[in-house]
Design a protein around this ligand. Structure first.
Ligand code: 5AD
Ligand code: SF4
Length: 583
């Protein structure tokens, strides 16, 4: 028999097409990891558990079970209804301690909290101490080779931890979650025998079951990509009780298929969360006293809630001028402008940001709304990727340099004082020195306030991998990247200089990491602002002097800047509504 035993299982809570593979394999490495002070007894017990599990698995899910499941309406798994080969008890965490480690983007930060929320409900405890952990879960990123290499290295360290585990403790379980699990699938299980579970980005609801299977010494994986999973009903747990801001995931996946990007393969098709559930989460966060919400999505402004039939009569919105898509036009649904409008009305004292948008989805109504609404930050991330139309075409970005620059002008006209940021890739397939210089010139022309710059990393499965040649030598990529970083920094410093002498509204986050006598916060453009922690007036009560606390809005007069940070002195404590005073 093939060592990889595959049980085809229909997800009860997914649509008919959602068929998940539960990959189970007996792991030789695990059988040599004893787990209690009395190894022989424990081994007997483990053997018993394994035999019991195997016999239940053999008599487990029947064809009828799949048929029954397949026709069930969409519903979420619950603890009272375990799969036939597990008991309710086995699905519970039994106070096991979980250590979660996050790599990559903000989506992963949010996914970590979703995964934790699911495990917490199932009886797991969380620990911040690696040595204390019974389960270690890495929420991973695949966007560049380097990101994956970091995880492989980490796995080697964890392997040592697992091997050295005291026999008196339950065996340590290790799981890979997210993009890398999805991209490498069995390769991880084969290469790293100490990995117990794999869960793709749409399989976090399945974590209690995967961990229960791992308890019996089997490896388990669910790498199903869903067409509709948005975790809409799962309220991520706020990691830091003193946090002033939170991320709210509004859509998942990406349909754009830029030729260099692995994301559509690891995170699947684009799907949006219903507006009503987003508003409910934002309301709860406002009640908890949070002062800033960042709406998250791989393509946040492609948002389209089609969860109700009547939404399909909504007025359709256009793409930004000069932009096209790699997919057939989509129609109907509640769009990003509607979402932004509704979210910003929940609490006028709550700042709203969003990331990461695609430049194609900035119709005039979105720009107008950002301009009009005081609590929507005047900050737009506009990933350009390259300044050369030829490279943009090879990247299949759906716009030329000219269309991108026209959009920048339109944004600056619609939203005076807007702060702009971008992503760029150095050394994409076929990029010439001239193409590179065009990117340098775009950086000079736009003068971004923030930038995220990367050397190109070829990813398997992508269009570039199949059709193009990764022909820019590594040292040239790195040299070009260095040049882009230098130019970006020079221009950002100039752009930030314009705020010296201005009064800016800053949301206080806490003390500065570098000095206990300074406070640190963020301005509307999301730049860090540092200022001395001194007493000040409150605009609504000039009688008393106050000290700013995390979550307070203060007015700060900017006195100096660098490419990343602003410095100044505080004028008073205020509210977002009362603070329309700027430069
Ligand atoms: N190589 C380098 N950078 C990449 N990005 C996406 N894919 C790759 C890749 N293969 C960058 C893009 C994207 C950001 C999130 O990561 O700039 O906007
Ligand atoms: Fe990747 Fe392009 Fe989708 Fe962004 S828009 S996630 S770069 S495919």
């Amino acid at each position: 028999m093939h060592p990889l035993q595959c049980v085809l299982q229909t997800q009860r809570w997914g649509p008919l097409a959602s068929v998940s593979w539960l990959l189970l394999r007996t792991c030789r490495a695990h059988s040599s990891v004893p787990s209690t002070a009395c190894p022989s007894l424990e081994r007997q017990q483990e053997d018993g558990v394994r035999k019991d599990f195997s016999s239940r698995l053999a008599s487990g899910p029947t064809f009828q079970h799949f048929l029954r499941s397949a026709s069930a309406p969409q519903e979420k798994p619950d603890m009272e209804d375990p799969p036939p080969y597990l008991t309710v008890d086995e699905l519970l965490g039994r106070q096991r301690k979980v250590y979660l480690e996050t790599y990559g983007c903000q989506m992963n930060v949010n996914d970590t909290e979703i995964a934790w929320s699911i495990l917490q409900k199932s009886g797991y405890l969380r620990t911040r101490n690696l040595q204390e952990a019974d389960v270690i879960l890495l929420v991973t990123c695949s966007i560049r080779e380097k990101a994956e290499q970091t995880i492989w290295n980490r796995l080697h360290q964890l392997k040592a931890l697992k091997t050295k585990r005291l026999r008196s403790r339950v065996p340590l379980r290790i799981g890979i979650l997210g993009c890398m699990a999805e991209r490498l699938k069995e390769e991880i299980l084969n290469r790293e025998k100490m990995v117990d579970i794999l869960a793709g980005p749409d399989a976090y609801r399945d974590l209690p079951r995967l961990l229960a299977v791992a308890e019996s010494g089997q490896q388990a994986a669910n790498l199903l990509l869903s067409l509709d999973e948005t975790y809409a009903d799962i309220m991520p747990v706020q990691t830091s009780p003193s946090a002033t801001s939170a991320f709210v995931s509004v859509m998942r996946g990406c349909d754009n298929m830029c030729s260099y990007c692995i994301v559509p393969f690891t995170r699947g098709r684009e799907r949006s969360r219903p507006v009503a559930s987003i508003l409910e989460e934002v309301r709860k966060l406002s009640e908890q006293g949070l002062k800033e919400v960042t709406l998250l999505g791989q393509n946040v402004n492609s948002f389209r809630d089609s969860s109700e039939v009547q939404f399909n009569n909504a007025v359709s919105t256009n793409l930004s001028r000069g932009f096209s898509t790699n997919y057939k036009p989509k129609h109907g649904g509640l769009r990003f402008a509607h979402l932004l409008d509704q979210v910003s009305r929940v609490d006028p004292e709550m700042r709203i940001r969003f990331t990461s948008p695609h430049p194609k989805d900035f119709p005039d109504e979105v720009l107008q709304l950002i301009h009009e609404r005081d609590n929507i930050c005047k900050q737009i991330h506009l990933p350009a990727q390259s300044g050369s139309s030829r490279v943009l075409e090879a990247m299949r970005r759906g716009y030329s340099r000219e269309a991108y620059v026209e959009l920048i002008h339109r944004i600056r006209e619609s939203i005076p004082g807007v702060s702009l940021s971008s992503d760029f890739i150095a050394g994409f397939c076929g990029e010439t020195e001239d193409d590179h210089l065009q990117t340098v010139s775009l950086l000079r022309e736009v003068q971004y306030n923030m930038g995220f710059l990367f050397a190109y990393s070829m990813r398997q499965k992508t269009r570039a991998y199949h059709r193009l040649k990764d022909d820019v030598p590594e040292e040239v990529k790195l040299r070009r990247l260095e040049e882009l970083i230098t130019v970006f920094r020079e221009e950002a410093t100039k752009a930030n200089m314009a705020s010296v002498g201005c009064t800016q509204l800053v949301l206080v986050e806490g003390h500065s990491k570098r000095s206990a006598t300074d406070l640190c916060g963020r301005n509307d453009g999301n730049l860090k602002v540092i200022f001395p922690d001194v007493e000040m007036e409150d605009v609504n009560n000039s009688e008393v002097k106050v000290r700013a606390q995390p979550g307070d809005y203060v007015l700060v007069k900017i006195t100096s800047t660098s490419s990343q940070t602003l410095k100044g002195h505080v004028l008073c404590r205020t509210t977002l509504k009362d603070s329309s005073a700027y430069c």
